[in-house]
Design a protein around this ligand. Structure first.
Ligand SMILES: NC(=O)c1ccc[n+]([C@@H]2O[C@H](COP(=O)([O-])OP(=O)(O)OC[C@H]3O[C@@H](n4cnc5c(N)ncnc54)[C@H](OP(=O)(O)O)[C@@H]3O)[C@@H](O)[C@H]2O)c1
Length: 267
């Protein structure tokens, strides 16, 4: 007998009717993931610090025929994270997916940078993901939802960098560890947790590498010299992997850091 996934493989990517929270939804990856999910019939709770930018993404979602609400908050506290969960449940009566696309970097050499700058990067990239996982995970477990969690790591979780990345690399190494430990802790609930680890792709975060900034130019040139596919990424390069990790196609994949990096980590 031919099983349903073999007969109809695209059904593995069916996310129609699912409800997703996306933090950092105004950012390059958050926006692209939100639009991809909306195009495929998922409903969205878009979160981020700028109500104006969220409204712009919401208008794009609606232009695709999608449904979304906005929560103008960053995941700075458990209360913020819970507000996103409550809003999703109030709007759609269900919550199935979490995408933590909020993140931040402030480069600086350790002997010159302030502790507060290191802490701000750790708070945005690690503490925020932890609050989101805590609030969303509690809902998944209490309601027996076999949910999907997608975190954003980076090749910097594995590789150092000469451009003053002690905060960013440390935060992404922690993201990798958080991915693995949540995956193992929640496996018995059927919840999967994975991360995407890109190399440099165009976004607000990396705008300094696409302009005239000298350190940015040098960083971009060095990154490019290490990427076998010969270019930096665009947000659209990541959404195929995002769909895989947020759909039934990845039901037997958990605790993985998926490199979407043009071959950077292969070399
Ligand atoms: N771009 C790259 O080359 C690259 C490479 C590897 C990994 N990543 C990771 O991918 C994720 C998404 O980044 P992106 O490239 O899409 O960047 P982005 O376009 O700058 O989007 C990130 C979003 O995070 C929010 N944010 C900014 N500062 C924050 C803070 N201190 N606390 C909480 N939220 C904050 C912003 O939204 P609001 O201002 O509206 O809150 C922003 O829209 C991040 O985790 C990043 O580290 C990016």
């Amino acid at each position: 007998m031919i099983s349903e996934p073999l007969r109809n493989p695209l059904s593995l990517f069916d996310v129609r009717g699912k409800s997703a929270i996306v933090t950092g939804a105004s950012g390059a990856f958050g926006r692209a993931t939100a639009l991809m999910l909306a195009s495929l019939g998922a409903t969205l709770t878009l979160a981020g610090g700028s109500a104006k930018e969220l409204a712009e993404v919401a208008a794009e979602v609606e232009s695709l025929g999608g449904r979304c609400i906005t929560v103008p908050r960053r995941p700075d506290s458990l209360e913020d994270a819970q507000a996103m969960v409550d809003a999703a449940l109030a709007a759609y009566g269900r919550l199935d997916q979490l995408v933590v696309a909020s993140g931040y970097n402030k480069a600086g050499f350790i002997h010159e940078m302030k502790y507060e700058d290191w802490q701000a990067v750790m708070d945005a990239n690690v503490r925020g993901a932890w609050f989101m996982a805590k609030a969303v995970g509690a809902h998944f477990i209490a309601n027996q939802v076999k949910g999907k969690v997608l975190l954003m790591s980076s090749v910097r979780g594995r590789h150092g960098n000469v451009s003053g990345y002690t905060a960013y690399c440390t935060s992404k190494g922690a993201t990798d560890a958080l991915t693995r430990v949540l995956a193992t802790e929640w496996a018995k609930h059927g919840i999967t947790v994975n991360a995407i680890a890109p190399t440099v792709f165009r976004s607000k975060l990396t705008a300094w590498m696409f302009g005239d900034d000298e350190l940015g130019q040098a960083t971009k040139k060095r990154s490019l010299s290490r990427i076998p596919l010969g270019r930096l990424g665009e947000a659209e390069d990541l959404i195929g992997m995002a769909l895989y990790l947020l759909s039934p196609a990845s039901d037997f994949c958990t605790g993985q850091v998926m490199y979407v990096d043009g071959g950077y980590t292969a070399g």
